[in-house]
Design a protein around this ligand. Structure first.
Ligand code: 5MM
Length: 344
């Protein structure tokens, strides 16, 4: 029999998780996903003409984290382990800076993607080995939530139900270890934009994926009140000849979410997934106009928030102020879109 003390402890821990999950989706705030792994960050910076190394990556994170006033717009920042243990140029740990700003430190826990043998072109996310220990350590060091991304690729005969389900099991296992360690799991099954698929195909695949993810989370007894969903919007592939209007995107996205996401889930955050900054903002705006919805919704963008500022920064100190102004404008625009009142 479980003792009363143990029951009280479990209740205390659950209530703490619920409070963090709610804080992540605080109305009129969003998330900055600044969590690419070092190799991906280097690639992005180099694409923008900035030769990269560990120190440049540190400066790149500092550019955003030390922008004055971000706490008005951000409830959380997702970081890679490298950033989580880095400091700004005065030696202050990034995670302590966030704590002072009342921004939640969210740690990326997946360790990337691996092609699954016998399923060419399809990937599962990896990193479950040692997850228990890593989750506990990050919690001890101040993380309050975590993020794990799986990808679902649309193509001829793709995705296969097997790979969709394998990713659901992995996401559910991750979510369980997180909650046990005191971290709120952000569950991110990203349906990729790559391809010539139509919005109808994207809707069908997103629907199947989210059904499978939530069915599995339930079967694994993950506490859905302490889960945040990070999802793609339902959009046509980036090589599709037929465009979709923001209204069509909002309709299809909300239709899928209403059919698949249980109401006990406190919030849904959107990734930008390769959309332009402008499209990611306009589409969020149209989705937000469809309120009231049973969950809080907001943004959790990487490229759509950071890309315009990185272009201006160019790795140079003299451009920091200008880049930060652009970043603040992007945050303001996304927060307006999150309320459905953004105007171009
Ligand atoms: C693309 O950035 C993240 C993945 O990085 P790795 O490939 O290095 O693991 C990704 O998880 C990101 O946090 C989200 O997808 C949101 O980013 P976007 O740019 O889609 O808004």
């Amino acid at each position: 029999m479980i003792s009363q003390t143990k029951i009280d402890m479990i209740n205390l821990m659950n209530n703490a998780l619920y409070a963090v999950a709610k804080q992540i989706v605080t109305p009129h705030k969003g998330i900055l996903a600044s969590d690419e792994r070092p190799s991906a960050a280097d690639k992005n910076l180099e694409k923008a003409g900035i030769p990269s190394n560990e120190e440049i990556r540190r400066k790149y994170r500092e550019l955003f984290i030390n922008t004055p006033g971000i706490e008005q717009y951000l409830s959380g920042i997702i970081m890679h382990e490298e950033t989580f243990y880095q400091s700004d140029s005065t030696g202050k740990l990034f995670r302590n800076i966030l704590k002072e700003k009342n921004i939640i430190s969210i740690i990326k826990l997946d360790e990337g993607l691996e092609e699954l043998p016998n399923f060419p072109g399809e990937k599962i996310s990896i990193g479950l080995d040692n997850l228990k220990k890593r989750a506990e350590k990050f919690y001890e060091d101040g993380a309050k939530a975590a993020k794990w991304r799986s990808v679902i690729k649309i193509g001829n005969d793709l995705p296969s139900p097997e790979v969709v389900h394998a990713n659901s099991i992995i996401l559910s296992t991750y979510a369980l270890f997180c909650q046990q360690a005191g971290l709120v799991p952000i569950v991110e099954p990203e349906v990729l934009i790559d391809g010539d698929h139509t919005i109808q195909k994207s809707e069908e695949v997103t629907n199947k994926t989210l059904k499978d993810v939530f069915g599995t989370l339930k079967r694994y007894k993950v506490d859905l009140k302490a889960v945040v969903l990070k999802t793609s919007m339902v959009i046509p592939g980036n090589k599709c000849q037929v465009m979709a209007s923001p209204e069509e995107i909002a309709d299809a996205t909300v239709r899928v979410l209403q059919a698949t996401v249980p109401e006990e889930v406190p919030g849904i955050v959107f990734l930008s997934g390769g959309q332009s900054s402008e499209d990611a903002t306009i589409n969020l705006n149209f989705i937000a106009k469809k309120e009231p919805l049973p969950w809080e919704i907001t943004f959790s963008y990487l490229r759509a928030l950071e890309a315009p500022a990185i272009q201006v920064w160019q790795g140079k100190d003299e451009n920091i102020q200008k880049a930060r102004n652009i970043f603040m404008t992007r945050l303001r625009e996304c927060v307006l879109a999150d309320s459905g009142i953004y105007q171009k």
